[in-house]
Design a protein around this ligand. Structure first.
Ligand SMILES: [Zn+2]
Length: 479
């Protein structure tokens, strides 16, 4: 294969083409037979597994337990919460026939599981001693997608959904914010995505929620990606599904519930936060291979270099570094270098006869030019250090990018300019019609009311009415 068959359209030329080519060429995904569906290939799935393992650990450390609920939900369940069914109706896939005949009641393929879990909570909770109930499930869900995009919008996707029930609003809100914080930490500490956390405006709320919180990341085209959401549901679902408990005085009370989710969309976030013209740039904590060793030499030389390359890989693996030896003998080193660059491997090691004689290997980092010799003896410690430094570098670089593409604006002219290339921090009146006008004029929407935004008063950037939030909102175009 020639270089031009392997490379991708440069990100700087056409971001969208770059993304759409890269997910296939890096062998992350393939198209499913049904439009809008996605096959996750082993290289992409490994990234998801690494992310999933980290989220799962944090979920369990904060006292939640995993369970599993059915894929099929009776249609009547969704209809019990009016806003919920209205919000999801356009995206539902409905099973009307099964077992060779028409079903008496159609079944919904879950778009999310509040309803079926609510039904079970009503059965399992009777006393205040049963609370809080802290559940999580790892599952696939289906939301029919008319404009599919790999990882970002697919008809079926993988995620976790947390569902909890509490005695009162205070405890449920504490939980909602705990999940939000968990997502912010996962994004920053694992995916190296400097997300902004905070609340959504009313029009961006989850159908059936009282309050919705989000973590928003900035992609390298300046667009926002909603990367995880946490919802305070109040007693809306508790009333619809009769989730009640008996309090200490023997009174029956409705529970306050929450739900929260993070999905494989995060992989798309990682690609678009860190990738460059050459391809993927993976944070070491999510890289299927953190180090790839490319043995150099043909024929006899290859036979000489391969055993030490394997031995080095074993030592690195024992040190907890995910290492791969590229043994494809029919391909040139140049091709292999480009290939691993495209696939975002943080560190590449070249090992040739001359390096071997000197007891070293040549190291190249995925970002930055030049190669540096690394002594084979100290390689495990040195590479562990370099991987940590690379992870930190990605977060720092993405933070600088986000900050340099975020403008604090006070006029409509400044606003429209800012959202062309990034985010605008602006005052807003809080009216849904005004949000709609802004969206129609610029395609930008309010992404988040930042948790750590400084208290500030001013006039709406669009209509000049007083601001409704006591601080600036972040607006941007989004995925
Ligand atoms: Zn306004």
């Amino acid at each position: 294969m020639r270089r031009d068959e392997r490379g991708v359209t440069p990100q700087s030329e056409d971001f969208s083409a770059w993304y759409n080519e890269l997910v296939f060429k890096a062998e992350l995904v393939d198209r499913g037979p049904v439009r809008g569906t996605m096959v996750i290939r082993p290289y992409g799935y490994r990234m998801w597994e690494l992310l999933q393992a980290d989220i799962d650990r944090r979920i369990k450390e904060t006292g939640h337990v995993n369970a599993y609920f059915p894929l099929l939900i009776p249609e009547s369940y969704l209809q019990r919460e009016a806003e919920h069914v209205e919000g999801f109706a356009p995206e539902l896939a409905v099973v009307t026939h099964a077992g060779g005949k028409e079903l008496e009641e159609p079944l919904i393929i879950r778009p999310t599981s509040e309803t079926v879990i609510g039904e079970m909570m009503a059965k399992w909770i009777s006393s205040h001693r049963d609370l809080p109930m802290l559940l999580n499930q790892w599952a696939n869900v289906v939301r029919w997608e008319l404009r599919p995009r790999m990882f970002l919008r697919t008809t079926e996707f993988l995620w976790q959904e947390g569902h909890t029930a509490h005695v009162d609003e205070v405890d449920a809100m504490r939980e909602t914010l705990l999940a939000l914080d968990l997502y912010a930490r996962v994004a920053r500490e694992v995916a190296a995505m400097p997300v902004v956390d905070g609340e959504k405006t009313a029009s961006e709320r989850f159908p059936g929620a009282v309050r919705t919180y989000t973590v928003e990341g900035m992609m390298r085209d300046g667009r926002a990606l909603q990367s995880g959401t946490s919802h305070f549901l109040g007693s809306n679902f508790a009333r619809a599904f009769n989730i009640q408990y008996t309090d200490e005085n023997g009174e029956r009370e409705y529970c306050q519930t929450t739900s929260w989710g993070m999905s494989a969309r995060m992989i798309g976030g990682v690609i678009m936060t860190h990738g460059d013209d050459k391809g993927l740039v993976l944070p070491p904590l999510l890289a299927p291979y953190q180090v790839v060793i490319v043995p150099i030499g043909r024929g006899d030389q290859a036979d000489q270099v391969l055993p030490p390359a394997r031995e080095l890989a074993e030592r690195l693996t024992r040190a907890g570094i995910r290492t791969h030896v590229d043994t494809r003998t029919q391909l040139s080193p140049g091709f292999k270098f480009n290939d691993w660059e495209l696939r975002g491997v943080p560190i590449r090691l070249e090992l040739g006869p001359r390096d071997l004689a000197e007891g070293s290997a040549l190291m190249s980092m995925r970002l930055g030019d030049g190669k540096a010799p690394v002594s084979l003896d100290s390689a495990p410690a040195r590479l562990a250090f370099e991987l940590t430094a690379f992870q930190d570098l990605l977060l720092r670089r993405a933070t600088e990018f986000r900050d340099s593409h975020t403008a604090t604006v006070n006029s409509w002219a400044e606003f429209t300019e800012a959202v062309k290339t990034g985010w605008a921090r602006a005052f807003h009146c809080g009216l849904a019609e005004c949000e709609e006008e802004i969206k129609a004029a610029t395609t930008a929407t309010p992404r988040v009311i930042p948790t750590d935004g400084a208290p500030e008063e001013g006039l709406c950037v669009r209509c000049n009415l007083p601001s409704a939030y006591g601080k600036r909102l972040i607006f941007g175009r989004s995925y």
